[in-house]
Write a protein that binds this ligand. Structure first.
Ligand code: IPE
Ligand code: IPE
Ligand code: MG
Length: 257
């Protein structure tokens, strides 16, 4: 029998506030482009930094809800390889917020069995950030709960170029033949090695673009956009995205009867 789980909530930013989720078809991997912090702050006449701070609160809530629903991987786009173009003080604020988040949340995340992982090139990050990431990864590495991937100094093109360089090196050393390169081998050189591709990519804030996120991995991901800015994104919005996902027809290029 199908296990249908009914969820009701009074308040929602969505039109339909009564969502029935099929608990046997919860997406394994959800990826979120956490966008709209700046616009959220601007609309309230607040500095952008407070928008980012409010965005961190959303992370706390959404991770809990994803875990409760049985999602296995949650990838959060926190800082792109292009975000270095922002003013220095904004970049510093973002890095500080990350360090603060990890310091404050690590014991709670660990208690809940969360595995913390970082996608991207950490080497360019400030030292305290690198240290905190190392600690968080080490503490949570044997956990068996939801995997929380933080995409930090992450770029899809950068990731593909790195993988290509590593594989080219193996070819140059005569370890493999070019004809042996296939999807599986390539994936083993990506930050998401051994992880399933995202089932859904969620982008709040109204933008309808990938902004260099998971270019390889999202070949068949379902996209879900909404006008809500990330600080206002609720648990119910997450459930709505999952509900819509469950009503999509995924064909992967094939034809269904
Ligand atoms: C997302 O919010 C956070 C990062 C990109 C780091 P933004 O800062 O991009 O917010 P908007 O797009 O300016 O509203
Ligand atoms: C994408 O958002 C990166 C993150 C959310 C971390 P941006 O705000 O940087 O993307 P663009 O510039 O609008 O494409
Ligand atoms: Mg933005």
């Amino acid at each position: 029998m199908r296990n249908i789980f009914k969820l009701f909530k009074k308040k929602t930013s969505l039109e339909n506030n009564d969502v029935q989720l099929d608990m046997e078809n919860i997406p394994k991997h959800i990826a979120i482009i956490m966008d709209g912090n700046g616009r959220w702050a601007k609309a309230k006449n607040l500095p952008r930094a407070l928008g980012h701070k409010a965005g961190v609160e959303t992370i706390r809530r959404i991770i809990k809800e994803a875990d409760r629903l049985g999602v296995k991987y949650m990838t959060l786009y926190a800082f792109s390889t292009e975000n270095w173009k922002r003013p220095k003080n904004e970049v510093n604020t973002l890095m500080k917020l990350l360090v603060q988040y990890l310091k404050e949340e690590i014991s709670e995340l660990h208690k809940n069995g969360v595995v913390i992982n970082v996608l991207g090139d950490s080497s360019r990050l400030p030292n305290d950030c690198i240290d905190e990431i190392q600690k968080a990864k080490e503490i949570t590495k044997n956990n068996t709960g939801i995997v929380m991937n933080v995409a930090l100094n992450y770029g899809g093109r950068d990731e593909i170029i790195r993988a290509t360089r590593e594989i080219a090196e193996m070819v140059a050393l005569g370890e493999i033949k070019p004809s042996e390169i296939d999807d599986k081998m390539f994936e083993n050189h990506l930050y998401t090695k051994n992880m399933p591709d995202p089932d859904i990519i969620i982008r709040p804030s109204g933008e309808q673009r990938l902004s260099n996120f998971l270019l390889w991995q999202c070949a068949y991901s379902e996209f879900w956009y909404s006008n809500i800015n990330w600080p206002d994104f609720t648990e119910e919005d997450l459930r709505r995205a999952i509900y819509d996902f469950q009503n999509r027809d995924r064909r992967f290029g094939a034809i269904k009867d």
